[in-house]
Design a protein around this ligand. Structure first.
Ligand code: GTP
Ligand code: MG
Length: 598
């Protein structure tokens, strides 16, 4: 087995109170010879002088005071080194901060140790912590049946405990577990192989953690990259957008086809930036910047995946998830929360609590309208808009989420199943809208005839917002002065205008576009020349507006952004606002949209 030198392994240790976690760590430090010279003896001497029975757990306390020779210990963590590895051991589930960090991906455990007292048996926290370990997605687990000295190193008791706990773990879908009978106090099977338990020929704890393969297999998984941020470089007029974030899974190379979820925009990776150099390919764990070929408007929060990969993520507004609730106020059905899924921040609510799972007995409580602190709820969630994610069975990191309440992490969840895919979300909505569209007595054609022009949606786009605004108002004025019925609205009005929802998360481009498209549908049906502008629309966004405005038609005008793409009806470069308006009016006349322009 190959182990890289100085590889770091993060271990969480948990177990019921007094079952021996601290003793296990103390014994490990002492027997693995990683303590500072003379420390063990000093603590022993101190105990003797004070008529106290020496405990290995005291070592941890004694070491807290000094940060000596590569060992660091505080309330929750113990850091030490062996020849092979750097260890970071967390005394975990007592510290909810740590759980939160793990769920959010801020820290991560490669390995979990669960300690069970052989005499006392499986207790409340033994089960709860087992459940948490599974919730956190730790794949490698070792269970220590400790205090074997108290049960005469009896193999039968070991086997009984193993069977009972295995049954529990199986029921929560954990199967790859290594059981070791130990006595931490006596040092049996911690570092030294036990003479007293010859019936056990497996590895000692130390052998196991020194050898366990933790090299991540994330690279062989399908590619997943949540766009954390989009940087724009305009200094050289080159209009590059760089998508930054950390690759959760898989690998990607220059030239690969990619799709962004949930917008379903597609492009090709043009370059992979790792300042100051450029990379040919990038892997899970790296945080490069991607430049894509097409001028698409990609928002932070989108999930970039490779087009040719079989395993696709989900884009949906509804899913089943398990949620572990951490706040004193219960989690309530129907109330709106904020959820962070990958780098997406969305509003979310529980539609239904299917059941509440008691993490100790795994008892199931049905028909409750709220989830109390430290309970796990199996629920249907709904987000305000479609989000991208994976299913926990497929990929863990991209299936986790947290619920945020007043800037605190209030709950941690994993998504188990998507309820429906929302890829054709708008299509469905539009077809429902059209089937319900209630026309009055006067038809659009009659209005057009009287108005002497068609009802059309004129959308202007480009980089210079001020110019777009001026052109739009001027166009409105010119058309109005010529006897037509134009109507201009600034998109800013729609940011907060038509919503009773005061708590908008951040400016939500897609929601603004949706409102704009819906409004255009009404205005054009009323026979108007509906004019507005929007910064830097890409082809997917134009298509969305087209759909929302249909069956009326859209005229797409690109102003001064150097684009030549055939997706635009009119492309105008290097002209002032009067010239631009003139060109648009000429187009409207030529296309017989305004038929009697004088
Ligand atoms: P908390 O941190 O309070 O949850 O406890 P812990 O799990 O860290 O247990 P700790 O290591 O403090 O041990 C609790 C008691 O069990 C101490 O008195 C230890 O001496 C005793 N103990 C630990 N391991 C063994 C063992 O292998 N055999 C025996 N006989 N006692 C042990
Ligand atoms: Mg302890």
């Amino acid at each position: 087995m190959q182990i890289k030198n100085n590889e770091q392994i993060n271990i969480v240790i948990s177990g019921h109170v007094d079952h021996g976690k601290s003793t296990v760590i103390g014994r490990l430090l002492a027997d693995a010879n990683v303590l500072p010279e003379g420390k063990l003896q000093a603590v022993k001497n101190y105990c003797e002088k004070n008529a106290k029975v020496f405990e290995y757990a005291y070592l941890l306390d004694a070491l807290k005071e000094e940060q000596a020779q590569g060992i660091t210990i505080d309330a929750a963590r113990c850091f030490f080194r062996t020849k092979n590895r750097n260890y970071l051991i967390f005394d975990a589930p007592g510290h909810f901060e740590f759980i939160k960090n793990m769920i959010t991906g801020a820290s991560r455990a490669d390995f979990a140790i669960i300690v069970i007292d052989a005499k006392d048996g499986i207790k409340e926290n033994t089960r709860r912590h087992g459940y948490l370990v599974s919730l956190l997605g730790v794949k490698k687990i070792c269970v220590l049946i400790n205090k074997m000295d108290l049960v005469n190193y009896d193999e039968k008791i070991f086997i009984e405990t193993v069977n009972e706990y295995s049954e529990f773990l199986n029921s929560i879908k954990i199967s790859d577990v290594y059981f070791i009978p130990v006595s931490a106090r006596e040092g049996e099977n911690i570092v030294r192989k036990s003479e007293k338990m010859k019936w056990f020929n497996g590895k000692t704890l130390f052998e196991l953690i020194e050898e366990v393969e933790i090299a991540s297999d994330d690279i062989s998984e399908p590619f997943r990259f949540f766009v954390q941020d989009v940087y724009k470089f305009t200094e050289k007029q080159d209009d590059r957008r760089i998508l930054v974030g950390t690759i959760d899974y898989g690998k990607i190379k220059k030239g690969d086809y990619v799709i962004f979820y949930p917008s379903m925009k597609q492009s090709i990776v043009e370059s992979i930036e790792n300042y100051p150099e450029q990379l040919e390919c990038a892997f899970a764990g790296q945080s490069p910047g991607f430049i894509i070929k097409d001028p698409l408007f990609i928002q932070s929060g989108e999930l970039m995946v490779k087009k040719d990969e079989k395993e696709k993520p989900c884009a949906s507004k509804k899913f089943y998830a398990n949620i572990f609730w951490l706040e004193a106020n219960p989690l309530v059905v129907g109330k709106t929360y904020k959820a962070k899924i990958g780098s997406q921040l969305v509003k979310i609510r529980i539609v239904e609590i299917k059941k509440i799972i008691d993490a100790v007995e795994l008892d199931v409580i049905e028909k409750k309208e709220y989830i109390e602190r430290y309970d796990i709820g199996y629920c249907i969630f709904e987000t305000l808009k479609p989000v991208a994610f994976d299913i926990y069975d497929n990929l863990q990191k991209t299936s986790r989420f947290v619920l945020v309440e007043q800037y605190r992490i209030a709950g941690c969840g994993i998504i188990l199943e998507s309820i429906y895919d929302n890829i054709d979300y708008f299509d469905k909505k539009i077809s429902i809208r059209e089937s319900l569209w209630n026309q009055g007595y006067i038809k659009k054609e009659q209005r057009e005839l009287r108005n002497k022009h068609k009802g059309k949606f004129i959308i202007l786009s480009g980089q210079d917002i001020n110019l777009l605004r001026k052109v739009s108002s001027l166009l409105e004025k010119e058309l109005f002065d010529s006897g037509f019925y134009p109507y201009f609205i600034s998109p800013a009005v729609l940011e907060t205008g038509i919503s009773n929802d005061t708590e908008i998360l951040e400016t939500d481009r897609e929601e603004e576009l949706r409102r704009l498209g819906e409004l255009a549908r009404i205005m054009t049906d009323a026979g108007m020349l509906f004019i507005t502008f929007f910064s830097e629309l890409d082809k997917y966004e134009l298509e969305l507006l087209r759909k929302l405005n249909s069956p009326s038609e859209i005229i797409k005008v690109n102003i001064n952004s150097g684009e030549k793409d055939e997706i635009w009806d009119i492309v105008i470069n290097n002209k002032n606002e009067n010239e631009i308006v003139k060109i648009i009016i000429e187009y409207l006349t030529k296309e017989k949209i305004i038929e009697y322009y004088i």
